[in-house]
Design a protein around this ligand. Structure first.
Ligand SMILES: Cc1cc2nc3c(=O)[nH]c(=O)nc-3n(C[C@H](O)[C@H](O)[C@H](O)COP(=O)(O)O)c2cc1C
Length: 246
């Protein structure tokens, strides 16, 4: 196994940080690694808003379900799908097609993950913050996002304050990887994984406000979290920003 594979296979989110800034050199390395990510047709439909203002950070924290690590991390970056630039260059192209939402979302994911992996490779850690979508309209206003720009995910980066969490088990390859055609789920196939997750949840340290304490297994976790993930006003916001109208 090489170092890159070892790093990827040992990932776990960090939600507790030392009060210590990153050097500008570290920030530049992370940015350059992110900016060199794959990009659909080189559209480069991403903007990163680096939040250095403590007041704005606090507001984002409050608007994102009070996740305190947003304030505590050395760096907090908001990754936005951004077709505003493209639109200014090619104003005759209709950006309101849903495909542009998908292109932007994938580009954001790739870039954010490059940032995260670059950070982890330097001994730093972090966590994504999908919570920035809970009050997405207010966050967009706070960040002054124009038409065709939407915040998709935040990234906390910093020095882990304590031992990293134990690895969170993932679904087995037999469930996730299909060969040549889609293979329907046999519910028995996740029973073993449910047991593994039950053990994980019962034994993990409880730190995050989102921590679910009474989880019986992964299936039970999905039950709760699917429901929580519904943001009923999202389409209205997307349309307002010029996304996914057709
Ligand atoms: C798009 C995205 C959004 C996420 N949002 C949050 C969040 O708002 N708060 C949080 O504590 N973790 C968040 N996470 C982290 C996941 O909960 C975490 O990656 C998952 O539970 C697996 O744990 P691990 O990363 O430690 O392996 C997010 C992850 C992703 C990919």
């Amino acid at each position: 196994m090489n170092d890159t594979i070892a790093l990827l296979q040992n990932h776990s989110s960090v939600r507790s940080f030392e009060n210590k800034p990153l050097s500008e050199e570290q920030v530049n390395h992370i940015f350059k690694a992110a900016n060199q990510a794959f990009s659909f047709s080189l559209l480069q439909a991403v903007s990163i808003i680096r939040i250095t203002d403590e007041k704005i950070r606090k507001e984002i924290m409050e608007l994102s379900a009070g996740q305190t690590y947003i304030q505590e991390a050395s760096e907090f970056w908001v990754f936005c799908s951004d077709f505003n630039r493209n639109h200014q260059i090619a104003p005759n192209v209709d950006i309101t097609y849903t495909e542009f939402l998908q292109i932007g979302a994938v580009d954001v994911g790739l870039m954010a993950q490059n940032a995260m992996i670059a950070s982890e490779s330097m001994g730093l850690g972090g966590v994504y913050i999908g919570g920035v979508r809970i009050n997405i309209e207010k966050i967009a206003e706070l960040l002054g996002l124009p038409e065709y720009v939407i915040p998709l995910v935040g990234l906390c980066i910093g020095y882990p304050a304590e031992e990293k969490n134990p690895l969170k088990p993932r679904l087995p390859q037999s469930v996730v990887m299909h060969t040549n055609k889609y293979e329907p789920l046999m519910i028995e196939d996740i029973e073993e994984y449910d047991k593994e997750m039950r053990y994980y949840y019962e034994n993990r340290p409880v730190r995050a406000p989102f921590t679910v304490r009474k989880v019986k297994g992964w299936s039970n976790h999905i039950d709760e979290h699917l429901e929580r993930s519904i943001l009923p006003n999202m389409l209205k916001f997307l349309n307002k920003q010029g996304y996914a109208k057709k």
